[in-house]
Design a protein around this ligand. Sequence first.
Ligand SMILES: NC(=O)c1ccc[n+]([C@@H]2O[C@H](COP(=O)([O-])OP(=O)(O)OC[C@H]3O[C@@H](n4cnc5c(N)ncnc54)[C@H](OP(=O)(O)O)[C@@H]3O)[C@@H](O)[C@H]2O)c1
Length: 387
Amino acid sequence: MRRGIAILGSTGSIGTQAIEVCLRHPDIFSIELLTAKQNSKLLIEQALKVQPNAVVIADESKYQEVNDALSGEDIKVFTGIESVNSLVQGESIHIVLTAMVGFSGLEPTISAIKAGKAIALANKETLVAAGDLVISLAKESGSPIIPVDSEHSAIFQCLQGERSKAEKLILTASGGPFLKKSIKDLQNVTISDTLNHPNWKMGSKVTVDSATMMNKGLEMIEAKWLFNMKPEDIDIVIHPQSIIHSMVQFKDGSVTAQMSSPDMKLPIQYALSYPNRLELNTKRINFTEIGRFDFMEPDREKFPCISIAYDAILKGGNIPCAMNAANELAVEAFLRSDIQFTSIHKVTQEVVNGTMFVAKPKLSDIIDTDRTARIEAAEIINKLKAK
Ligand SMILES: NC(=O)c1ccc[n+]([C@@H]2O[C@H](COP(=O)([O-])OP(=O)(O)OC[C@H]3O[C@@H](n4cnc5c(N)ncnc54)[C@H](OP(=O)(O)O)[C@@H]3O)[C@@H](O)[C@H]2O)c1
């Protein structure tokens, strides 16, 4: 039987690559659902090509356009995020790929988990905001959560067939576009400098997160929940070549690494085809051409977001959720040119400092924390703008 796939965020960087992966293996995958926020043109194009059962355009003002364009097709058209929550539970869907950006991924993921669907998780913010809740629900329903993030996919691949628990996880990081810049230089970096990632072509939110290294902080939290690890047993190592995607150290000192040329289609495909490996035309590694691998400690003074995330994970409860919300707003503000690059961590830290702690948050507490943190962050951003 073919695997029915729902691609949430199909118009984004991960979503478009996921469609490519599925279309290369039509005997294995059947795309059942595509969703987007507002990019109606691309969603229509994708729907005409893929012929899914249904599409959702979250932005209601774009519904008519999508509905009109697909009126002659056997494709149902919906709008609003609530439609996504119910459609992911459809019988023909086996795997839900969560490739939307930010906190918006949480509710559809929970909804899919409650229906026992397998989750191919790209949307790391879901586990950052509500890791405890999401993992408990997945255990209850038996939903597997397979990582799509290249680092977590690497760890997941290294753990295949292993009977013993990892002693340490080593998350590799490219270091982003500002690896060689001084703290002083970071004051004046522009949006285009920030979006110019050396190794990966990704959506703007995750690209800015890579530049501040908040991405690695979010990934540390994601790794804690996915692999049930203590924060102190998750290391970050800068590896500018982005060939080793992460490593696992075992109790005998053995370290296994997963390597490939940087190409997100590999972890996307692995998550969708797991436990099978399918053919993929990634650029093969030529070790003698590469010549060397470099490794270094991340500079936590230059990239304070790493420590903000580490402290948040140690505090636990609703604190990572508040941190995530503040970071999302600060990144958006930076991309609107409302604040400087170096204000992103300041906004985030200030919101975290002012968050009322909830030790064991329920979904309602998470939603409440997210909302409050966004209000706080918006106020701080407005003050910074007025300066
Ligand atoms: N890109 C990568 O290589 C990469 C690698 C590792 C992990 N990830 C993670 O994967 C996720 C997606 O990243 P991306 O780079 O693919 O992002 P992206 O290119 O910005 O795409 C985001 C997708 O989500 C949709 N979307 C955005 N906000 C939404 C909302 N509020 N409600 C519903 N849909 C929404 C967008 O629709 P519109 O196009 O209509 O706006 C688009 O389809 C993120 O969590 C990111 O951290 C990405």
